[in-house]
Write a protein that binds this ligand. Structure first.
Ligand code: FAD
Length: 287
């Protein structure tokens, strides 16, 4: 069954994100983590595109290929505009096709001084149009932002811009991580009113270490509700207690989303199979 079909048949699609390591020597470690994650039977696993693929590390295609061939789980390969022109994007699409990967999460990519703008793709939707023309058999997926993309003037404007993705042929959206489900429900309401009919997976990241807050959470611009900041300040000097509290927070967030009718939940598991197992244990009865 394709990823798109899953959304038509399952009450809530359960998926996981992983990232390719920067060093090829770390590939075996990732493969071991993916094997453990595979035992939980996620409906699909997405693989990010970034430094690994472009700086000589492990490529997105290589990891997606492993997920499909070794684990028998559908893979969703991320592909970004930044740093890629039409020729590079076409070459990656060929590699994906040869590996049997047909699902692409098309993104613009974050702006960074080390990554040149694409001369050919200004937005995720232009990359989607390119993929659609070049590989009509591929399924397209896109990103969305419950609190609004940082570059958009308003949340409403950002939601309106999702129409470009829908019109370019996207079949499903995955949200940026968030810690307050109220943002997700408000966003979904706005999106449906703006005519966005695509299924939306809610992105949740279990925060189990202090360092994650400084790095990942800051990058995502997600706002931190008081219940979350209280949890961090209470357990910040007790790593074991923070770990348990972070798992518990993610489980409560996910249970509410699944019971609230989310089309899918997407776990930003940071290649950590142990965290994923614990979180999954807390929600498996609902999936
Ligand atoms: P776009 O859809 O191009 O949107 C960017 C901005 O432009 C928004 O403000 C939007 O409102 C506006 N906009 C969109 N279309 C138009 C238009 N046609 N005309 C005018 N304005 C428009 N980054 C990576 O580098 N690698 C990854 O693997 C990766 N995976 C991600 C996965 C998910 C689920 C998410 C949510 C993000 C991911 N990112 C990744 C980060 C992402 O690349 C950044 O958030 C980036 O800044 C925006 O990407 P986008 O695809 O949403 O861009």
């Amino acid at each position: 069954m394709t990823i798109t079909e899953l959304f038509k048949t399952k009450r809530c699609v359960f998926s996981v994100e992983c990232f390719p390591p920067k060093q090829t020597t770390q590939l075996e470690k990732l493969q071991a983590a993916l094997r453990a994650m595979g035992l939980l039977h996620p409906d699909f696993i997405s693989v990010t595109f970034g430094a690994g693929g472009s700086a000589g590390g492990v490529s997105t295609v290589e990891v997606a290929d492993f997920i499909q061939k070794e684990l028998g789980i559908p893979a969703l390969a991320h592909l970004i505009c930044m740093g890629n022109d039409a020729a590079k994007a076409a070459a990656i699409l060929e590699q994906l096709e040869q590996a049997g990967v047909r699902d692409v999460l098309a993104l613009r990519g974050d702006r960074s001084p080390s990554r040149p703008e694409s001369p050919d793709f200004s937005h995720a939707s232009s990359l989607m149009a390119f993929i659609r023309a070049r590989k009509p058999g591929f399924s397209l997926h896109g990103a969305c932002y419950p609190e609004g993309h940082p570059e958009a003037g308003t949340l409403r404007e950002d939601v309106e811009n999702l129409r470009y993705k829908q019109e370019a042929g996207a079949e499903h959206l995955i949200t940026q991580l968030f810690f307050d489900n109220m943002h997700f429900y408000r966003f979904l309401n706005l999106a449906r009113r703006a005519g966005i009919t695509l299924p939306v997976s809610a992105g949740v990241m279990p925060i189990v270490r202090r360092s994650q807050i400084e790095r990942t959470v800051a990058l995502s611009s997600a706002s931190l509700p008081s219940e979350f900041t209280r949890m961090i300040s209470r357990w910040q000097d007790d790593p074991a207690a923070l770990y348990d509290a972070g798992i518990d927070y993610a489980v409560r967030q996910l249970r509410d989303l699944i019971e609230g009718g989310a089309d899918g939940v997407h776990l930003y598991a940071m290649n950590d199979a142990a965290v994923l197992e614990k979180v999954y244990d807390g929600v498996r009865d609902l999936l």
